[in-house]
Write a protein that binds this ligand. Structure first.
Ligand SMILES: NC(=O)C1=CN([C@@H]2O[C@H](COP(=O)(O)OP(=O)(O)OC[C@H]3O[C@@H](n4cnc5c(N)ncnc54)[C@H](O)[C@@H]3O)[C@@H](O)[C@H]2O)C=CC1
Ligand SMILES: O=c1[nH]c(=O)c2[nH+]cn([C@@H]3O[C@H](COP(=O)(O)O)[C@@H](O)[C@H]3O)c2[nH]1
Ligand SMILES: [K+]
Length: 500
Protein backbone atom coordinates (compact mmCIF):
# COMPACT_ATOMS: atom_id res chain seq x y z
CA UNK A 1 0.00 0.00 0.00
CA UNK A 2 1.19 3.49 -0.74
CA UNK A 3 2.85 5.26 2.18
CA UNK A 4 2.14 8.91 2.75
CA UNK A 5 4.34 10.38 5.42
CA UNK A 6 2.24 12.26 7.97
CA UNK A 7 4.34 15.42 7.94
CA UNK A 8 5.04 18.29 5.59
CA UNK A 9 8.47 18.39 3.91
CA UNK A 10 10.44 21.28 5.45
CA UNK A 11 13.62 23.16 4.50
CA UNK A 12 16.37 24.68 6.61
CA UNK A 13 14.89 28.07 5.81
CA UNK A 14 11.83 27.21 7.89
CA UNK A 15 13.69 27.09 11.20
CA UNK A 16 15.31 29.51 13.59
CA UNK A 17 17.33 28.90 16.73
CA UNK A 18 16.11 29.99 20.15
CA UNK A 19 19.07 31.13 22.29
CA UNK A 20 20.12 29.16 25.37
CA UNK A 21 21.99 30.55 28.37
CA UNK A 22 25.44 31.87 27.44
CA UNK A 23 28.00 31.46 30.23
CA UNK A 24 31.48 32.99 30.77
CA UNK A 25 33.22 30.04 29.11
CA UNK A 26 30.99 30.33 26.10
CA UNK A 27 32.98 32.75 23.92
CA UNK A 28 33.70 32.68 20.18
CA UNK A 29 37.35 31.80 20.86
CA UNK A 30 36.32 28.80 22.92
CA UNK A 31 34.00 27.39 20.28
CA UNK A 32 35.45 24.19 18.81
CA UNK A 33 33.91 23.48 15.41
CA UNK A 34 35.86 20.27 14.85
CA UNK A 35 33.89 17.29 13.67
CA UNK A 36 34.23 13.64 12.63
CA UNK A 37 34.12 12.73 8.93
CA UNK A 38 34.26 8.94 9.06
CA UNK A 39 32.67 6.24 11.25
CA UNK A 40 34.11 5.40 14.64
CA UNK A 41 33.24 3.42 17.77
CA UNK A 42 31.02 5.39 20.17
CA UNK A 43 33.23 6.81 22.91
CA UNK A 44 36.28 6.63 20.62
CA UNK A 45 37.72 9.05 18.12
CA UNK A 46 37.08 9.27 14.37
CA UNK A 47 40.28 8.52 12.39
CA UNK A 48 39.45 11.52 10.19
CA UNK A 49 38.34 14.81 11.73
CA UNK A 50 38.39 18.34 10.38
CA UNK A 51 38.52 21.61 12.31
CA UNK A 52 35.90 23.46 10.25
CA UNK A 53 32.81 21.40 9.37
CA UNK A 54 32.62 22.49 5.72
CA UNK A 55 33.41 20.40 2.65
CA UNK A 56 33.22 21.32 -1.02
CA UNK A 57 30.82 19.59 -3.40
CA UNK A 58 31.84 16.78 -5.76
CA UNK A 59 31.41 19.04 -8.79
CA UNK A 60 33.43 20.17 -11.80
CA UNK A 61 32.72 23.84 -11.13
CA UNK A 62 33.74 23.54 -7.49
CA UNK A 63 36.37 21.04 -6.37
CA UNK A 64 39.69 21.50 -8.17
CA UNK A 65 43.16 21.04 -6.62
CA UNK A 66 43.46 24.79 -6.08
CA UNK A 67 40.21 25.00 -4.14
CA UNK A 68 41.10 21.80 -2.26
CA UNK A 69 44.39 23.31 -1.08
CA UNK A 70 42.79 26.58 0.03
CA UNK A 71 39.99 24.76 1.85
CA UNK A 72 42.37 22.33 3.58
CA UNK A 73 44.46 25.32 4.68
CA UNK A 74 41.41 26.81 6.34
CA UNK A 75 40.36 23.59 8.08
CA UNK A 76 37.82 22.09 5.66
CA UNK A 77 38.02 19.37 3.02
CA UNK A 78 37.33 19.08 -0.71
CA UNK A 79 36.03 16.15 -2.71
CA UNK A 80 37.64 16.21 -6.16
CA UNK A 81 34.90 15.57 -8.72
CA UNK A 82 34.57 12.25 -10.54
CA UNK A 83 33.09 13.55 -13.78
CA UNK A 84 36.49 13.06 -15.45
CA UNK A 85 38.82 10.26 -16.46
CA UNK A 86 40.33 8.12 -13.69
CA UNK A 87 43.92 9.17 -14.44
CA UNK A 88 42.93 12.84 -14.51
CA UNK A 89 41.09 12.65 -11.20
CA UNK A 90 43.95 10.71 -9.59
CA UNK A 91 46.38 13.39 -10.82
CA UNK A 92 44.24 16.10 -9.18
CA UNK A 93 44.28 14.20 -5.88
CA UNK A 94 48.00 13.68 -6.18
CA UNK A 95 48.56 17.40 -6.91
CA UNK A 96 46.93 18.27 -3.59
CA UNK A 97 48.98 15.65 -1.73
CA UNK A 98 52.22 16.85 -3.40
CA UNK A 99 51.57 20.46 -2.55
CA UNK A 100 53.92 21.69 0.12
CA UNK A 101 52.22 24.21 2.36
CA UNK A 102 53.60 27.66 1.61
CA UNK A 103 54.95 26.68 -1.80
CA UNK A 104 52.48 27.81 -4.38
CA UNK A 105 51.98 27.23 -8.03
CA UNK A 106 53.03 30.43 -9.81
CA UNK A 107 49.89 31.83 -11.39
CA UNK A 108 51.06 35.30 -12.47
CA UNK A 109 53.70 34.72 -15.14
CA UNK A 110 54.94 36.59 -18.18
CA UNK A 111 57.70 36.24 -20.77
CA UNK A 112 60.61 38.51 -21.74
CA UNK A 113 59.03 39.51 -25.07
CA UNK A 114 55.72 40.63 -23.48
CA UNK A 115 55.16 44.40 -23.26
CA UNK A 116 55.14 46.46 -20.08
CA UNK A 117 51.53 47.32 -20.94
CA UNK A 118 50.60 43.65 -20.95
CA UNK A 119 52.27 42.90 -17.64
CA UNK A 120 50.75 46.03 -16.12
CA UNK A 121 47.25 44.84 -17.09
CA UNK A 122 48.04 41.35 -15.81
CA UNK A 123 49.12 42.65 -12.41
CA UNK A 124 46.17 45.00 -12.11
CA UNK A 125 43.66 42.27 -12.95
CA UNK A 126 45.23 39.89 -10.42
CA UNK A 127 45.67 42.61 -7.77
CA UNK A 128 49.34 41.63 -7.45
CA UNK A 129 52.57 43.64 -7.42
CA UNK A 130 54.93 41.12 -8.91
CA UNK A 131 55.06 38.68 -11.83
CA UNK A 132 57.50 35.87 -12.57
CA UNK A 133 59.26 35.98 -15.95
CA UNK A 134 59.89 32.61 -17.61
CA UNK A 135 61.20 31.92 -21.09
CA UNK A 136 57.81 30.84 -22.43
CA UNK A 137 55.62 32.65 -19.89
CA UNK A 138 54.44 29.38 -18.32
CA UNK A 139 54.48 28.37 -14.64
CA UNK A 140 57.08 25.69 -15.34
CA UNK A 141 59.19 27.50 -17.94
CA UNK A 142 62.90 28.37 -17.62
CA UNK A 143 63.19 31.06 -14.95
CA UNK A 144 64.58 34.34 -16.36
CA UNK A 145 63.61 37.07 -13.90
CA UNK A 146 61.03 39.02 -11.94
CA UNK A 147 59.16 42.19 -12.76
CA UNK A 148 57.16 44.22 -10.27
CA UNK A 149 55.24 47.48 -10.13
CA UNK A 150 58.42 49.01 -8.63
CA UNK A 151 60.35 48.26 -11.86
CA UNK A 152 58.40 50.51 -14.22
CA UNK A 153 55.86 53.30 -14.25
CA UNK A 154 53.40 54.05 -17.06
CA UNK A 155 54.42 57.76 -17.01
CA UNK A 156 58.18 57.11 -17.10
CA UNK A 157 58.37 54.09 -19.34
CA UNK A 158 57.00 53.27 -22.75
CA UNK A 159 54.36 50.59 -22.25
CA UNK A 160 55.33 49.15 -25.64
CA UNK A 161 58.81 48.35 -24.31
CA UNK A 162 59.46 44.72 -23.48
CA UNK A 163 59.44 43.10 -20.07
CA UNK A 164 63.07 42.16 -20.74
CA UNK A 165 64.04 45.86 -20.80
CA UNK A 166 62.87 46.44 -17.20
CA UNK A 167 62.86 43.05 -15.45
CA UNK A 168 65.37 42.07 -12.79
CA UNK A 169 67.30 39.22 -14.43
CA UNK A 170 67.60 35.84 -12.72
CA UNK A 171 71.38 36.09 -12.34
CA UNK A 172 71.09 38.82 -9.70
CA UNK A 173 68.20 37.27 -7.76
CA UNK A 174 67.96 35.07 -4.68
CA UNK A 175 66.38 31.73 -5.56
CA UNK A 176 66.15 28.36 -3.79
CA UNK A 177 66.02 24.70 -4.85
CA UNK A 178 62.85 22.57 -4.43
CA UNK A 179 64.46 20.71 -1.54
CA UNK A 180 64.38 23.82 0.71
CA UNK A 181 62.09 23.66 3.75
CA UNK A 182 59.39 26.26 4.26
CA UNK A 183 61.07 27.67 7.34
CA UNK A 184 64.40 28.08 5.48
CA UNK A 185 62.52 29.70 2.59
CA UNK A 186 60.93 32.17 5.00
CA UNK A 187 64.33 32.93 6.51
CA UNK A 188 65.65 33.81 3.03
CA UNK A 189 62.60 36.02 2.45
CA UNK A 190 63.25 38.00 5.63
CA UNK A 191 67.08 38.08 5.36
CA UNK A 192 66.97 39.42 1.82
CA UNK A 193 63.77 41.47 2.16
CA UNK A 194 62.09 39.60 -0.66
CA UNK A 195 58.43 39.76 -1.62
CA UNK A 196 58.73 36.58 -3.65
CA UNK A 197 61.20 33.71 -3.54
CA UNK A 198 61.37 31.71 -6.79
CA UNK A 199 61.94 27.99 -6.27
CA UNK A 200 64.03 26.83 -9.23
CA UNK A 201 64.96 23.29 -10.30
CA UNK A 202 68.50 22.07 -11.12
CA UNK A 203 67.87 22.64 -14.79
CA UNK A 204 66.73 26.23 -14.27
CA UNK A 205 62.97 25.75 -14.48
CA UNK A 206 60.46 27.41 -12.14
CA UNK A 207 59.03 24.84 -9.67
CA UNK A 208 56.96 27.08 -7.39
CA UNK A 209 57.10 30.35 -5.49
CA UNK A 210 56.97 31.41 -1.84
CA UNK A 211 55.31 34.74 -1.12
CA UNK A 212 56.12 36.92 1.85
CA UNK A 213 52.44 37.68 2.40
CA UNK A 214 51.68 33.95 2.73
CA UNK A 215 53.92 33.93 5.80
CA UNK A 216 51.46 36.17 7.61
CA UNK A 217 48.56 34.21 6.20
CA UNK A 218 50.15 30.92 7.27
CA UNK A 219 50.29 32.04 10.86
CA UNK A 220 46.49 32.25 10.78
CA UNK A 221 46.19 28.66 9.58
CA UNK A 222 46.06 26.93 12.92
CA UNK A 223 43.32 24.68 11.64
CA UNK A 224 44.88 23.08 8.58
CA UNK A 225 43.50 19.69 7.54
CA UNK A 226 46.72 17.70 7.25
CA UNK A 227 47.70 14.04 7.47
CA UNK A 228 50.45 12.45 9.57
CA UNK A 229 53.03 13.44 6.94
CA UNK A 230 51.84 17.06 7.03
CA UNK A 231 50.31 16.77 3.55
CA UNK A 232 46.95 18.38 2.92
CA UNK A 233 43.98 16.09 3.27
CA UNK A 234 41.77 15.63 0.24
CA UNK A 235 38.69 13.59 -0.65
CA UNK A 236 37.39 12.42 -4.00
CA UNK A 237 34.11 11.36 -5.56
CA UNK A 238 33.52 7.91 -7.09
CA UNK A 239 30.60 6.37 -8.97
CA UNK A 240 28.87 3.00 -8.90
CA UNK A 241 30.14 1.88 -12.29
CA UNK A 242 33.92 2.04 -12.67
CA UNK A 243 34.73 1.75 -8.95
CA UNK A 244 36.93 -1.33 -9.39
CA UNK A 245 39.34 0.80 -11.41
CA UNK A 246 38.72 4.24 -9.92
CA UNK A 247 38.96 3.46 -6.21
CA UNK A 248 42.39 1.76 -6.36
CA UNK A 249 43.73 4.62 -8.51
CA UNK A 250 42.51 7.20 -5.99
CA UNK A 251 43.93 5.23 -3.07
CA UNK A 252 47.25 5.05 -4.90
CA UNK A 253 47.13 8.83 -5.48
CA UNK A 254 46.73 9.35 -1.73
CA UNK A 255 43.04 10.24 -1.28
CA UNK A 256 42.15 10.42 2.41
CA UNK A 257 38.47 9.65 1.96
CA UNK A 258 36.07 8.92 -0.91
CA UNK A 259 32.38 9.50 -1.43
CA UNK A 260 29.97 7.85 -3.84
CA UNK A 261 28.47 10.67 -5.87
CA UNK A 262 24.84 10.16 -6.79
CA UNK A 263 21.48 11.89 -6.49
CA UNK A 264 20.00 8.70 -5.00
CA UNK A 265 22.08 6.50 -2.76
CA UNK A 266 19.39 4.03 -1.67
CA UNK A 267 20.42 1.46 -4.25
CA UNK A 268 22.02 -1.91 -4.61
CA UNK A 269 24.67 -0.21 -6.77
CA UNK A 270 25.94 1.68 -3.75
CA UNK A 271 25.89 -1.44 -1.60
CA UNK A 272 27.97 -3.27 -4.21
CA UNK A 273 30.45 -0.39 -4.35
CA UNK A 274 30.77 -0.31 -0.56
CA UNK A 275 31.13 -4.07 -0.38
CA UNK A 276 34.00 -3.84 -2.83
CA UNK A 277 35.72 -1.05 -0.85
CA UNK A 278 35.19 -2.53 2.59
CA UNK A 279 35.45 -6.20 1.64
CA UNK A 280 37.76 -6.72 -1.31
CA UNK A 281 39.91 -3.64 -0.66
CA UNK A 282 39.84 -4.28 3.07
CA UNK A 283 38.86 -0.69 3.87
CA UNK A 284 42.06 0.75 2.35
CA UNK A 285 40.21 4.05 2.28
CA UNK A 286 36.92 5.09 3.93
CA UNK A 287 34.03 5.56 1.49
CA UNK A 288 30.99 7.71 2.26
CA UNK A 289 27.73 7.16 0.41
CA UNK A 290 24.48 8.90 -0.52
CA UNK A 291 22.43 10.85 -1.07
CA UNK A 292 19.48 9.74 1.03
CA UNK A 293 16.60 11.60 2.65
CA UNK A 294 15.27 9.16 5.23
CA UNK A 295 16.22 6.72 7.95
CA UNK A 296 15.77 3.68 5.71
CA UNK A 297 18.37 4.98 3.27
CA UNK A 298 20.75 5.81 6.12
CA UNK A 299 20.49 2.35 7.67
CA UNK A 300 20.91 0.56 4.37
CA UNK A 301 24.16 2.42 3.64
CA UNK A 302 25.44 2.28 7.22
CA UNK A 303 24.94 -1.50 7.24
CA UNK A 304 26.72 -1.74 3.89
CA UNK A 305 29.76 -0.11 5.50
CA UNK A 306 29.46 3.58 4.52
CA UNK A 307 32.05 5.75 6.29
CA UNK A 308 29.49 8.57 6.41
CA UNK A 309 26.11 9.19 4.84
CA UNK A 310 25.25 12.24 2.79
CA UNK A 311 21.76 13.73 2.94
CA UNK A 312 19.95 15.83 0.35
CA UNK A 313 17.96 15.25 -2.80
CA UNK A 314 16.84 18.12 -4.96
CA UNK A 315 17.66 20.96 -2.58
CA UNK A 316 20.81 22.24 -4.32
CA UNK A 317 20.88 25.66 -5.93
CA UNK A 318 21.38 24.15 -9.40
CA UNK A 319 19.01 21.24 -8.73
CA UNK A 320 16.00 20.50 -10.85
CA UNK A 321 15.67 16.89 -9.78
CA UNK A 322 12.44 17.61 -7.92
CA UNK A 323 10.95 19.19 -11.03
CA UNK A 324 12.25 16.53 -13.37
CA UNK A 325 11.78 13.33 -11.39
CA UNK A 326 9.55 14.38 -8.52
CA UNK A 327 11.92 12.90 -5.94
CA UNK A 328 13.33 14.67 -2.92
CA UNK A 329 12.50 15.98 0.50
CA UNK A 330 12.94 19.28 2.33
CA UNK A 331 16.43 19.29 3.79
CA UNK A 332 15.34 19.89 7.37
CA UNK A 333 12.82 17.01 7.34
CA UNK A 334 15.40 14.75 5.70
CA UNK A 335 18.05 15.62 8.28
CA UNK A 336 15.71 15.16 11.26
CA UNK A 337 14.76 11.68 10.05
CA UNK A 338 18.32 10.60 9.16
CA UNK A 339 19.89 12.02 12.33
CA UNK A 340 17.37 10.12 14.50
CA UNK A 341 18.32 6.91 12.68
CA UNK A 342 22.05 7.68 13.04
CA UNK A 343 21.59 7.98 16.80
CA UNK A 344 19.51 4.78 16.99
CA UNK A 345 22.12 2.98 14.90
CA UNK A 346 24.91 4.23 17.19
CA UNK A 347 23.03 3.01 20.25
CA UNK A 348 22.30 -0.40 18.77
CA UNK A 349 25.68 -1.09 17.20
CA UNK A 350 28.13 1.13 19.06
CA UNK A 351 29.21 2.67 15.74
CA UNK A 352 28.72 6.36 15.00
CA UNK A 353 28.29 7.07 11.28
CA UNK A 354 28.58 10.83 10.62
CA UNK A 355 25.91 12.60 8.59
CA UNK A 356 26.72 15.19 5.93
CA UNK A 357 24.13 17.81 4.98
CA UNK A 358 24.48 18.43 1.23
CA UNK A 359 23.03 21.22 -0.85
CA UNK A 360 20.57 24.06 -0.65
CA UNK A 361 22.27 26.18 1.98
CA UNK A 362 21.43 29.70 0.89
CA UNK A 363 22.69 31.69 3.85
CA UNK A 364 25.50 31.16 6.31
CA UNK A 365 22.97 30.73 9.09
CA UNK A 366 21.50 27.69 7.30
CA UNK A 367 24.80 25.96 8.13
CA UNK A 368 24.12 26.62 11.82
CA UNK A 369 20.56 25.28 11.46
CA UNK A 370 21.89 22.13 9.76
CA UNK A 371 24.43 21.55 12.54
CA UNK A 372 21.78 22.21 15.17
CA UNK A 373 19.52 19.63 13.53
CA UNK A 374 22.32 17.10 13.97
CA UNK A 375 24.47 17.25 10.83
CA UNK A 376 28.14 16.46 11.51
CA UNK A 377 29.43 18.38 8.50
CA UNK A 378 28.13 20.32 5.55
CA UNK A 379 28.74 20.05 1.80
CA UNK A 380 28.45 23.20 -0.30
CA UNK A 381 28.56 23.80 -4.04
CA UNK A 382 27.30 27.30 -4.83
CA UNK A 383 29.08 28.75 -1.78
CA UNK A 384 32.52 27.66 -3.01
CA UNK A 385 31.86 28.15 -6.73
CA UNK A 386 31.77 31.92 -6.10
CA UNK A 387 35.42 32.14 -5.03
CA UNK A 388 38.64 32.89 -6.94
CA UNK A 389 39.93 29.42 -6.07
CA UNK A 390 37.11 27.53 -7.82
CA UNK A 391 38.01 26.30 -11.31
CA UNK A 392 35.25 28.00 -13.31
CA UNK A 393 35.53 31.14 -15.42
CA UNK A 394 35.00 34.62 -14.05
CA UNK A 395 32.65 36.49 -16.39
CA UNK A 396 31.40 40.04 -16.65
CA UNK A 397 27.67 40.26 -17.35
CA UNK A 398 26.28 43.77 -17.70
CA UNK A 399 29.01 45.18 -15.48
CA UNK A 400 28.58 42.57 -12.71
CA UNK A 401 31.12 39.84 -12.05
CA UNK A 402 29.95 36.23 -11.90
CA UNK A 403 31.55 32.79 -11.76
CA UNK A 404 30.13 30.04 -13.91
CA UNK A 405 28.37 27.30 -11.98
CA UNK A 406 26.66 24.22 -13.39
CA UNK A 407 25.08 21.06 -11.98
CA UNK A 408 26.61 17.63 -12.43
CA UNK A 409 23.30 16.55 -13.94
CA UNK A 410 23.37 19.33 -16.54
CA UNK A 411 24.17 18.73 -20.18
CA UNK A 412 27.40 20.66 -19.74
CA UNK A 413 28.70 18.30 -17.03
CA UNK A 414 27.45 15.21 -18.79
CA UNK A 415 29.14 16.19 -22.02
CA UNK A 416 32.47 15.94 -20.31
CA UNK A 417 31.61 12.85 -18.30
CA UNK A 418 30.24 10.71 -21.02
CA UNK A 419 32.77 11.70 -23.64
CA UNK A 420 34.94 8.68 -22.88
CA UNK A 421 32.04 6.30 -22.99
CA UNK A 422 30.83 7.56 -26.37
CA UNK A 423 27.53 8.64 -24.81
CA UNK A 424 26.46 12.13 -25.73
CA UNK A 425 22.69 11.82 -25.64
CA UNK A 426 20.87 12.43 -22.41
CA UNK A 427 17.10 12.15 -22.30
CA UNK A 428 16.67 14.98 -19.78
CA UNK A 429 18.78 17.30 -17.65
CA UNK A 430 18.77 17.22 -13.87
CA UNK A 431 20.71 20.39 -13.26
CA UNK A 432 21.09 23.90 -14.60
CA UNK A 433 24.06 25.69 -16.10
CA UNK A 434 24.47 29.28 -14.99
CA UNK A 435 26.32 31.92 -13.02
CA UNK A 436 26.69 32.85 -9.37
CA UNK A 437 27.77 36.27 -8.10
CA UNK A 438 31.57 36.45 -7.73
CA UNK A 439 32.64 36.75 -4.09
CA UNK A 440 36.46 37.14 -4.19
CA UNK A 441 38.92 34.92 -2.38
CA UNK A 442 37.92 31.92 -0.25
CA UNK A 443 40.01 32.99 2.75
CA UNK A 444 38.09 36.04 4.02
CA UNK A 445 34.77 34.43 3.14
CA UNK A 446 35.46 31.27 5.15
CA UNK A 447 36.71 33.40 8.03
CA UNK A 448 33.47 35.40 8.03
CA UNK A 449 31.29 32.27 7.83
CA UNK A 450 33.20 30.64 10.68
CA UNK A 451 32.80 33.78 12.81
CA UNK A 452 29.06 33.65 12.25
CA UNK A 453 28.90 29.96 13.20
CA UNK A 454 30.85 30.66 16.37
CA UNK A 455 28.58 33.59 17.22
CA UNK A 456 25.45 31.49 16.71
CA UNK A 457 26.81 28.70 18.90
CA UNK A 458 27.71 31.22 21.60
CA UNK A 459 24.10 32.43 21.60
CA UNK A 460 22.95 28.84 21.86
CA UNK A 461 25.31 28.13 24.76
CA UNK A 462 27.30 25.43 22.91
CA UNK A 463 31.10 25.30 22.60
CA UNK A 464 31.30 22.01 20.69
CA UNK A 465 29.36 20.51 17.80
CA UNK A 466 28.09 17.55 19.89
CA UNK A 467 26.87 19.99 22.57
CA UNK A 468 25.11 21.98 19.85
CA UNK A 469 23.44 18.74 18.63
CA UNK A 470 22.31 17.96 22.15
CA UNK A 471 21.16 21.36 23.38
CA UNK A 472 19.91 23.34 20.39
CA UNK A 473 16.34 24.62 20.59
CA UNK A 474 14.73 25.24 17.23
CA UNK A 475 11.45 26.76 16.21
CA UNK A 476 9.59 26.62 12.94
CA UNK A 477 8.90 29.93 11.22
CA UNK A 478 5.47 30.70 9.78
CA UNK A 479 4.20 29.26 6.54
CA UNK A 480 7.25 29.59 4.35
CA UNK A 481 7.20 27.01 1.64
CA UNK A 482 10.37 25.33 0.45
CA UNK A 483 10.67 27.54 -2.61
CA UNK A 484 14.28 28.59 -2.60
CA UNK A 485 14.09 31.86 -4.36
CA UNK A 486 17.05 33.30 -2.54
CA UNK A 487 19.57 31.31 -4.58
CA UNK A 488 21.10 33.67 -7.05
CA UNK A 489 21.70 31.62 -10.13
CA UNK A 490 21.28 33.50 -13.32
CA UNK A 491 20.42 31.00 -16.00
CA UNK A 492 22.56 30.64 -19.07
CA UNK A 493 20.19 30.94 -21.99
CA UNK A 494 19.08 27.52 -23.18
CA UNK A 495 19.84 25.84 -19.84
CA UNK A 496 16.94 23.54 -18.94
CA UNK A 497 15.92 25.04 -15.67
CA UNK A 498 12.40 25.15 -14.46
CA UNK A 499 12.94 26.57 -11.04
CA UNK A 500 16.12 26.19 -9.00
N1 LIG B 1 21.89 15.70 -4.68
C1 LIG B 1 21.01 15.87 -5.63
O1 LIG B 1 19.88 16.24 -5.37
C2 LIG B 1 21.34 15.60 -7.05
C3 LIG B 1 22.62 15.39 -7.49
N2 LIG B 1 22.91 15.17 -8.81
C4 LIG B 1 24.29 14.99 -9.25
O2 LIG B 1 24.30 14.62 -10.63
C5 LIG B 1 25.24 13.59 -10.88
C6 LIG B 1 24.54 12.39 -11.47
O3 LIG B 1 23.70 11.80 -10.49
P1 LIG B 1 22.80 10.54 -10.85
O4 LIG B 1 22.04 10.78 -12.08
O5 LIG B 1 22.06 10.17 -9.62
O6 LIG B 1 23.91 9.43 -11.20
P2 LIG B 1 24.00 7.89 -10.90
O7 LIG B 1 25.08 7.41 -11.79
O8 LIG B 1 24.13 7.56 -9.47
O9 LIG B 1 22.60 7.29 -11.36
C7 LIG B 1 22.13 7.34 -12.69
C8 LIG B 1 21.27 6.07 -12.98
O10 LIG B 1 22.14 4.95 -13.14
C9 LIG B 1 21.72 3.85 -12.32
N3 LIG B 1 22.96 3.10 -11.95
C10 LIG B 1 23.94 3.49 -11.12
N4 LIG B 1 24.93 2.56 -11.07
C11 LIG B 1 24.57 1.57 -11.90
C12 LIG B 1 25.18 0.33 -12.30
N5 LIG B 1 26.37 -0.05 -11.79
N6 LIG B 1 24.53 -0.43 -13.20
C13 LIG B 1 23.35 -0.04 -13.69
N7 LIG B 1 22.72 1.10 -13.37
C14 LIG B 1 23.33 1.91 -12.48
C15 LIG B 1 21.00 4.53 -11.17
O11 LIG B 1 20.08 3.65 -10.55
C16 LIG B 1 20.31 5.69 -11.87
O12 LIG B 1 19.12 5.27 -12.47
C17 LIG B 1 25.94 13.34 -9.57
O13 LIG B 1 27.10 14.13 -9.55
C18 LIG B 1 24.96 13.84 -8.52
O14 LIG B 1 25.58 14.28 -7.34
C19 LIG B 1 21.92 15.13 -9.75
C20 LIG B 1 20.62 15.33 -9.36
C21 LIG B 1 20.22 15.59 -7.99
O1 LIG C 1 19.50 18.32 -8.88
C1 LIG C 1 20.72 18.43 -9.04
N1 LIG C 1 21.19 18.55 -10.28
C2 LIG C 1 22.50 18.66 -10.58
O2 LIG C 1 22.89 18.75 -11.73
C3 LIG C 1 23.39 18.66 -9.46
N2 LIG C 1 24.74 18.73 -9.38
C4 LIG C 1 25.03 18.70 -8.05
N3 LIG C 1 23.91 18.61 -7.32
C5 LIG C 1 23.78 18.57 -5.87
O3 LIG C 1 23.78 19.90 -5.38
C6 LIG C 1 24.76 20.02 -4.32
C7 LIG C 1 25.28 21.45 -4.22
O4 LIG C 1 24.23 22.30 -3.84
P1 LIG C 1 24.43 23.85 -3.56
O5 LIG C 1 24.87 24.51 -4.82
O6 LIG C 1 23.07 24.34 -3.14
O7 LIG C 1 25.44 23.98 -2.48
C8 LIG C 1 25.80 19.00 -4.72
O8 LIG C 1 26.64 18.64 -3.66
C9 LIG C 1 24.94 17.84 -5.24
O9 LIG C 1 24.42 17.03 -4.19
C10 LIG C 1 22.89 18.58 -8.17
N4 LIG C 1 21.57 18.47 -7.95
K1 LIG D 1 16.55 4.43 -4.98
Amino acid sequence: MVVILPEVSRTLNEYLLVPNLTTEECTPDNVDLSTPIVRYPVGGESPLRIAVPLVSAIMQAVSSPRLAIALAQTGGLSFIHQNQGIAEQAESVSAVKRHKAGFRHSDINTKPSATLGEVSRLLRAAERDIAVVTEDGSAGGRFVGLISTADFHPHRHDLNDTVESRMRPAAGLVTAPPTISLSDANTLIWDHRLDLLPIVTDNGHLASIVLRRDYELHKQFRNESIDDDKRFRVGAGVNTRDYRDRIPALVEAGADVLCIDSSDGYSVWQRNTLQYAVGELGGAVPVGAGNVVDGRGFRYLAEAGAAFVKVGIGGGSICITRDQKGIGRGQASALIDVVAERDRYAQETGVYVPVCCDGGLLADYHMAIALALGADFIMLGRYFARFDESPSNLVNLDGQLYKEYWGEGSQRARNVARYDQGETEMPFEEGVDGYVPYAGSLYPNIARTVSKLRATMVSCGAVTVPAFHRDAVLVQVSQQSYEQNGAEVRLRSGSGGSGQ
